[in-house]
Design a binder for this molecule. Structure first.
Ligand code: GDP
Ligand code: MG
Length: 717
């Protein structure tokens, strides 16, 4: 017989860590809410009959956001055989709020008191036996990160599932509440077909006026009215609305439980600062927070892209792919007597293109390794908190920053992470902005140009990162001023986890999870794209093999190139590279790799870098990078935008918005930069500024006017 066990708990309590330990998988563990936005199933290690389901973290069973609905639907509709309710024991009071609701569902439940290592380190004590008695279900101490107690928890869960052991729990409430809840329960038992759901739980939900539950049961209006009367009576007696009454009762109940089972050591009592608090005083300080963030990100990009990473990448590009791989392969092909065109396809197309992309793997892995460290130790959660302070000033919630952190790996999960946002307007806006952040596939563009044009200058990569954040803020401000997105930001509640030394395994999993997609893509989609690009750059329209300059690719490129001329890269090669980047951003570098070859056979110097260097000035190179960072993302991300936006209209709005933004930013960079550094035309600079200002104010005023028109129409004017 197969058993299904759900892992439920607050965000950040260690569900995914436990899931990974139990199933041997490597799902994304992050210490901020919203990392697990879909449920994920896996088989228990060593027992194929047991399925474990990792659920998105929730604070309550009254869902407001999409991922909360996922969890609740699972518990109520999928009917798991057992639930392991994971409770962050270092934060027990808040975590038990959800626990009281889960226990009411009547599903066999085991409570895993997780993070016991922190509790013990703080010197606190929890009376587990008493807690278990008071809550009416087994309680097991665990430390998911160390793997302690996990086995015991899951064995207990299998046991309660097998005997279908009901939870023996009843929220104790005041007399007035008791009366009304029992009254409603009687009505339910008598006249509502409740499909095997716990009647007391339903009674509380009806009392709270939970529309989800009420709608699902299709109750007649007379019965609803009857319940309403009871509810109103209690509300007026206690002078509060029913939802708040129940919330109050839950916290009072939890307060009693905690005071009788948890003994805080003196050191961890109130008034005493933990080390985390001390660090936070500095890193979230009003004035220091941003400079510290800037220095840390600068350091990370410096190590990953400019110094250590660049050395590793130079080696893979020049020696590994340039000399060893392409040298050997070409002599093998020679010996085997392979046809000339096929040699070209393999050496120039596949090795040139895919090799150019794979060459950047070391930089990307180092970057993700370092990002994983600052995420895992708890620092990134602080950044989200600090960003909330800044975003809020512009009417954007700090929640928007979390998808952006995830997008620095890949935009697709980043776009999906917007599901944690309860406000649809803010969610749409975040989807439109989140792919501005450089993802793994865009790093090679920065690294290639950073090396080729800027001589490996350390400011290039971090400045691109900050340009993207600044553009998110500027675009956020502008979008918020239009009627589509106006409105107050939704509140952002986030638990700041204690700082801890990241686990090496966790960091490696993180790095690999983000980096592997890059490698897989290089072997699949980029591989195919390289073949196509090679073909197009080797043949003309009558299918004769020609120089690249007369090829199909050049003729197409020459048609589009003028569009990019004002941005400083009006040559056909850059135009083609930008367009192939729509399929996947790695293609930008792959295209240059094919067009120029990684290494010129006759020279020692890497040809790719030299040739690219000859085509750009520093200003136009920066403009090229900026355009490719900000313009429409790759097909995969566009697909994710379509899924999350739910409409083609919004998808096109997003793509159009991003590409226009990219164009304007690149235009300003090139025009102003050329005027300053290369005595370019001042008129060009001034007019480009005027054009951009004009477009932005046009967007703003037309949005205002249409609001006025709408108000006018509503008033009958
Ligand atoms: P989820 O949001 O519930 O899925 O939580 P995660 O599994 O993503 O974990 C959140 C954070 O808590 C991560 O940084 C974990 O490394 C950390 N963590 C998980 N379990 C424990 C534990 O038992 N002890 C400590 N100290 N940290 C833990
Ligand atoms: Mg999770």
């Amino acid at each position: 017989m197969s058993i299904k066990i759900g892992l439920a708990g607050n965000p950040n309590c260690g569900k995914t860590t436990m899931f990974n330990e139990l199933t041997g998988s490597s799902q994304y563990v992050g210490n901020w809410p919203g990392v697990t936005v879909e449920k994920k199933g896996g088989k228990l290690k060593g027992n194929k009959d047991v399925e474990i389901v990792d659920l998105p973290g929730i604070y309550s069973l009254s869902p407001y956001t999409l991922e909360e609905v996922v969890t609740r639907d699972f518990m109520i509709n999928d009917k798991p055989d057992a639930i392991i309710n994971i409770v962050d024991a270092s934060n027990i009071e808040r975590n038990l709020y959800l626990t009281t609701q889960i226990l009411e569902l009547g599903i066999p439940t085991v409570i895993a008191l997780n993070m016991m290592d922190i509790v013990k380190k703080n010197g606190d004590k929890i009376d587990v036996d008493k807690l278990s008695k008071l809550l009416g279900c087994p309680v097991v101490e665990t430390s998911a990160i160390k793997g302690n107690g996990i086995k015991a928890a899951v064995e207990k869960a299998i046991e309660v599932a097998n005997i279908k052991k009901k939870v023996d729990f009843k929220l104790s409430v005041c007399d007035e509440c008791k009366e009304v809840i029992e009254g409603i329960e009687k009505i339910i038992i008598k006249s509502i077909p409740h499909k095997g759901m716990e009647t007391r739980w339903l009674a509380i939900k009806f009392f709270e006026g939970d529309q989800n539950v009420i709608k699902k049961l299709k109750i007649s209006s007379t019965i609803l009215a009857e319940i309403k009367v009871l509810t109103k009576k209690c509300e007026s007696k206690l002078d509060d609305d029913s939802e708040s009454i129940i919330t109050g009762e839950r916290y009072a109940f939890i307060g009693d439980i905690v005071s009788s089972t948890v003994k805080k050591s003196k050191a961890s009592g109130r008034g005493n600062e933990t080390t985390s608090d001390k660090i936070d005083k500095i890193v979230t300080n009003r004035f220091l927070a941003l400079p510290i963030f800037a220095i840390i990100m600068w350091g990370i990009y410096y190590i990953a892209v400019s110094s250590l990473g660049a050395i590793a990448t130079d080696w893979t590009n020049d020696i590994l792919f340039g000399e060893i791989v392409s040298g050997n392969v070409s002599s093998w092909l020679e010996i085997a007597g392979v046809a000339g065109w096929l040699q070209g396809l393999i050496i120039d197309g596949v090795i040139g293109g895919v090799g150019a992309v794979l060459g950047f793997v070391p930089q990307i892995m180092i970057l993700f390794f370092l990002l994983a460290i600052i995420e895992d130790c708890g620092y990134m959660a602080r950044v989200a908190f600090v960003m909330d302070r800044i975003f809020r000033k512009f009417g954007l919630s700090g929640k928007a920053f979390i998808p952006m952190i995830i997008s620095s790996g890949c935009g697709v999960p980043g776009i999906m992470a917007t599901r944690t946002m309860e406000n649809d307007r803010d969610r749409k806006m975040t989807i439109m902005l989140t792919t501005f952040i450089p993802c793994s596939a865009k790093i090679p563009i920065i690294a290639l140009f950073g090396g080729a044009i800027f001589g490996g200058a350390s400011w290039v990569a971090p400045s691109v990162y900050f340009l993207s954040i600044i553009m998110i803020i500027i675009c956020g401000i502008i979008l918020k001023k239009t009627k589509l997105f106006a409105g107050e930001p939704s509140p952002f509640v986030m638990e700041l986890p204690q700082y801890h030394i990241p686990s090496f395994k966790g960091v490696l999993i993180h790095m690999w999870e983000r980096g592997k997609a890059f490698i897989i893509k290089a072997g699949t989609i980029i591989f195919v794209a390289c073949g196509v690009i090679w073909f197009l750059q080797s043949f003309n329209w009558s299918l004769d093999m020609v120089d690249a300059g007369e090829s199909i690719l050049a003729s197409i490129g020459n048609i589009i190139a003028p569009i990019f001329a004002p941005l400083g890269f009006g040559n056909w090669q850059s135009a083609v590279a930008t367009v192939t980047g729509l399929v996947a951003k790695e293609n930008v570098v792959a295209t240059f790799g094919i067009l120029f070859g990684i290494v010129d056979a006759t020279e020692q110097d890497p040809a790719l870098i030299q040739n690219v260097a000859g085509m750009f000035t520093t200003v136009s190179a920066f403009s090229f990078i900026a355009f490719n960072m900000l313009c429409a993302p790759c097909f995969a991300a566009i697909g994710a935008i379509k899924r999350e936006m739910g409409s083609w209209k919004w998808t096109w709005i997003t793509i159009g918005f991003q590409t226009c933004t990219a164009y304007m930013v690149a235009l300003l960079i090139n025009q102003i930069g050329s005027a300053i550094f290369y005595d370019g035309s001042v008129i060009g600079a001034v007019s480009s500024v005027l054009i951009v200002v004009g477009i932005v104010s046009l967007v703003l005023t037309s949005s205002k006017r249409s609001v006025q028109n709408k108000v006018g129409a509503d008033l009958g004017v």
